[in-house]
Design a protein around this ligand. Structure first.
Ligand code: ADP
Length: 340
């Protein structure tokens, strides 16, 4: 076959380019067993002595086997800290008895971490669904054997409340996955004051049932920001719902909007039960509840604040929380006018 001399490139250079674009490290060993190129220590050896030594040992073992014509894959787990995972694989580069070969080393820590998060998430969702579904089955079974009207009514009401809980959980899960997956359309403007006023109007009846008053104050010239209305609405609704849910009757929930350099600050302040200091850094995690027993009675899913955090991240904003048990909680959201 005719070969074009202008295309003749050193094979090592091709491997280097391929490795760089794939984000992996490589070791090239020629047919005499000499290492002609290795970049794994440059690429992955910077995260501490232990990682360097363990990677070196694993690569030496796989090279030794390669020189004897054995090509294989190997997983390497480095306990750290930081904990990290590598995948090593050797491949022959010819068909002769002792061919040259390449060892490909990939840092799969991020991938493993994502898999762990997904596994935990599936386990959590299954657990959360199992509880109300199990209760509905038991209650329906009890109903089928009951004839007394008062008891039947009581059981039916409990099925209704478990069903509500299930519907709430599924709707929060759908919101969360939509918010995580959808890029926000920044060409739209959202009037934050209008949006928060709508939420206050919607939340006033359930608040009044608990004798809670919602007060809204705004000190800003321009209430518009770039963002996604339904996402912001979901975030503020969650914060206001929580403020009502975790407040004592007869108290005030205060919402304020203020101007800040290049953005808007929204505060949602309640005089409720507060959040213990030891839980404050975890409340934005999915399914995290300060008090699981209390959440059962309030119908909380533990997803509300993770929805809030995602929405604020999508808008390149910031969220802060300060709370004192028995005194109250303030969530402070800072949203830039432009989220570009
Ligand atoms: P939930 O659906 O359980 O309310 P969230 O993600 O909205 O879940 O909140 C997580 C936890 O943080 C809640 O279970 C609750 O314990 C606590 N929390 C959230 N907001 C408040 C608040 N305003 N006052 C007191 N505790 C709160």
């Amino acid at each position: 076959m005719h070969s074009d001399p202008s295309l003749e490139v050193d094979a090592t250079e091709i491997w280097k380019l391929a490795a760089a674009s794939l984000g992996v490290a490589i070791v090239l060993v020629d047919s005499n067993g000499r290492t002609v190129y290795a970049d794994y220590l440059d690429k992955f050896g910077q995260k501490g002595f232990a990682q360097r030594v363990l990677l070196d040992r694993a690569v030496s073992g796989i090279k030794r086997d390669g020189k004897s014509g054995i090509f294989r894959q190997q997983a390497l787990e480095i306990f750290g800290p930081p904990r990290s995972y590598f995948q090593l694989e050797s491949k022959p580069l010819g068909k002769e008895e002792s061919p040259s070969f390449v060892v490909i080393i990939e840092d799969i820590t991020a991938r493993r971490h994502l898999e762990e998060i997904r596994r935990d998430f599936v386990a959590n969702v299954s657990h959360e669904l199992k509880t109300p579904v199990g209760a509905i089955v038991l209650l329906a079974d009890a109903m089928s054997q009951e004839t007394e009207p008062d008891t039947l009514l009581r059981l039916a009401n409990r099925i209704l409340s478990e069903g509500d809980r299930l519907a709430h959980l599924v709707s929060d899960l759908l919101d969360l996955s939509k918010i995580e997956e959808t890029a926000i359309d920044l060409s739209r403007k959202v009037n934050l004051l209008e949006l928060v006023a709508e939420i206050v109007e919607r939340s006033t009846p359930p608040a009044s049932e608990k004798q809670i008053t919602i007060e809204l104050s705004a000190h800003l010239e321009d209430p518009e920001i770039e963002g996604e209305r339904w996402q912001l609405s979901s975030a503020f609704s969650n914060l206001v719902d929580n403020a009502i849910k975790y407040s004592e009757p007869g108290t005030v929930v205060a919402i304020s909007l203020e101007e800040t350099g290049g953005g808007v600050v929204v505060k949602v302040m309640d005089h409720g039960i507060g959040i213990p200091a030891r839980d404050l850094h975890r409340i934005f995690e999915r399914f995290y509840r300060v008090d699981a027993d209390r959440a059962r009675t309030t119908g909380g899913t533990g997803l509300g604040l993770s929805i809030v955090r995602h929405v604020i991240d999508n808008h390149h904003g910031e969220i802060a929380v300060s709370s004192t048990e028995g005194v109250g909680t303030t969530f402070t959201l800072t949203l830039p006018r432009s989220a570009r």
